[in-house]
Design a protein around this ligand. Sequence first.
Ligand SMILES: Cc1cc2nc3c(=O)[nH]c(=O)nc-3n(C[C@H](O)[C@H](O)[C@H](O)COP(=O)(O)O)c2cc1C
Length: 119
Amino acid sequence: MSKTLVAYFSATGNTAKLAQTLASVVDGDLHEIQPKQPYTATDLNWHDSKSRSSVEMNDKTFRPEIANKVNDMGKYNTIYIGFPIWWYVAPTVINTFLEQYNAVVGGVPARILRMINVK
Ligand SMILES: Cc1cc2nc3c(=O)[nH]c(=O)nc-3n(C[C@H](O)[C@H](O)[C@H](O)COP(=O)(O)O)c2cc1C
């Protein structure tokens, strides 16, 4: 049977709302990607080149740690990933997420059929 996952990261709640709606429409399981260290309003200040998000997004190799895991990623054949746009691209924590499961199920990025981007 087809099984769908909607995984998302949301710092201020916008992506969370859309992900919830999507999960109910596609009848998927909902999973919030939770950074080990949550982002504060100060962290998110893009006007400050020294803020946490600015520093992380300037370093393409940076991988913020994730606090939680998807229970049995291998059972999903469709995975939607939701995230806000940070500096024109996905927040680096999405890279952490993709790489984590690439190691586990041998190619999650190839299994991702849709990505939802939220401005
Ligand atoms: C660090 C940072 C960088 C951002 N960069 C962009 C950007 O390049 N383009 C854009 O349209 N919005 C940008 N935004 C706005 C977010 O994408 C927008 O507020 C989004 O709805 C936040 O989603 P969330 O509530 O799920 O965290 C940025 C926001 C933050 C915090």
